[in-house]
Design a binder for this molecule. Structure first.
Ligand code: DOR
Ligand code: ZN
Length: 434
């Protein structure tokens, strides 16, 4: 058995925030016992007791449900030089994640039950839970729907063409109707390419600095506006991914005020932590789709997280090889790593700048994403699967290496706040902080 003593347990699903002891037997949480707030900090190392149990003095640590990422690019099959399911799962565990949902822009795309089966099988070989969406359209071409019903049957937890927007409104409506029938979410990448000069760089201060046309906010706003209308009309569960504009946040806020809506929205750690001024400094490493925009957009995203308009923090973990990110700005691919820096970035920015509590932050990393995809994970409760993360929310550390196959993060060398000590999945220690 694993015994974690004197730890602060935060379970957002039940709004529980207590000090006490957790006992894990096999893959389940056997018991949670409340005690009193401990003095000082524990040693953070496991010791064997007389009965052969492994015991950790968790004083000073927070135990939360294992984090759930609903937006992960693992590049497998097809681009395994950037990441594969095994290396991605290691990066996830290092970031405190015990469940991730793969996006479908692999090669081939995850648009058939065969490719889905390959991913899920590879996922089962890892030490965390690797789940997957299915693509909405075949080859992400936006022309024809995939066999959504068969793919749900084969284990797809939802549908997305992430990376690529669905331009054909009629096809989108059809997909929403089918997804509503199947009771699964459709997650949407909202950028109209017709309005974009160069992707990944905000049209504004950043595009002016680099002397390029960039990607205007209207590209996102118009797509979110259209998609929310179709969502409300069809009753589909929709998820606006990686929201980047203040207007987008406001559109989601209005849609969520309509009774009976099934609207969700994600923010990424990088849209929470950075502005286009950082993109000017970091160049291709901070080039992402949709782009990181102005301070007023970042502030609107923080406000949206605080008031519940944005219910999910999702990484958009997007590995790319060094030689790809070394290309000139307009040629380099968009995307940055996310899994290993998400928790510290969220903890620092949302506590210090948005005044959010640990409970409010953790619910957007655990039960909210789990609930949207109808998953039972994201909870730390007696009798449930023992998926949890143990971290010191205030410890500062410097990011010097990552577990991912790629290294494309603008946060390398940065001082971060919030250090993960252990990730436990199905009762097994799958990551021990170095
Ligand atoms: O920057 C991004 N990169 N945004 C996406 O939506 C896709 C991702 C990728 O796959 O590289
Ligand atoms: Zn996307």
């Amino acid at each position: 058995m694993l015994k974690i003593k004197n730890v602060r347990m935060i379970n957002p699903a039940t709004k529980t925030d207590i000090y006490g002891d957790i006992t894990i037997d096999g893959d389940k949480v056997l018991s949670i016992k409340e005690t009193v707030k401990p003095e000082g900090k524990g040693e953070k190392i496991w010791k064997e007791d007389a009965e052969g149990n492994m015991v950790l003095d968790g004083a000073g640590l927070v135990a939360a449900p294992g984090l759930v990422d609903v937006h992960t690019h693992f590049r497998d099959p097809g681009f395994t030089y950037k990441e594969d399911i095994a290396s991605g799962a290691k990066a996830a565990a290092a970031g405190g994640y015990t469940t991730v949902i793969m996006m479908c822009n692999t090669k081939p795309a995850i648009d058939s039950t065969e490719t889905l089966a390959y991913c899920l099988e590879k996922g089962r070989e890892t030490e965390i839970h690797v789940l997957s969406c299915g693509a909405v359209t075949t080859g992400l071409k936006g022309e024809k729907l995939t066999p959504m019903e068969d793919m749900k049957e084969a284990g797809a937890v939802g549908f997305t063409d992430d990376g690529i927007p669905i331009l054909d409104e009629e096809l989108l409506r059809e997909a929403f109707i089918k997804a509503a029938e199947l009771s699964v979410p459709v997650s949407l990448h909202e950028e109209d390419p017709a309005l974009i000069g160069n992707n990944g760089i905000n049209r504004g201060a950043a595009s002016a600095h680099f002397g390029i046309s960039g990607s205007p906010r209207e590209a996102e706003i118009t797509m979110i506006d259209r998609d929310l209308k179709v969502a409300l009309e069809t009753g589909a569960i929709v998820n606006i991914q990686h929201i980047s504009t203040k207007e987008g946040v406001e559109l989601v806020r209005k849609a969520k005020a309509i009774p009976g809506n099934h609207v969700h929205a994600e923010a990424t750690p990088h849209h929470i932590a950075l502005t286009e001024q950082d993109v000017i400094k970091k160049g291709t490493l901070a080039k992402v789709n949709p782009p990181i925009r102005a301070e007023e957009d970042r502030q609107a995203i923080l406000a949206g997280l605080k008031d519940g308009t944005i219910d999910i923090i999702a990484t958009d973990h997007a590995p790319h090889a060094p030689e790809e990110k070394a290309k000139e700005l307009t040629q380099a691919p968009s995307g940055m790593l996310g899994l290993e820096t998400a928790l510290p970035l969220a903890l620092k920015v949302l506590r210090e700048e948005a005044g959010m509590s640990l409970m409010e932050i953790l619910e957007k990393l655990t039960c909210n994403p789990a609930d949207m995809y109808h998953l039972s994970c994201g909870r730390l409760e007696e009798g449930k699967v023992a998926d949890l993360v143990l971290f010191d929310p205030d410890e500062e550390w410097v990011l010097t290496k990552v577990h991912s196959k790629s290294e494309n993060t603008p946060f390398m060398g940065e001082r971060l706040k919030g250090k993960i000590y252990y990730t436990i999945c199905e009762g097994k220690i799958v990551y021990a902080g170095e």
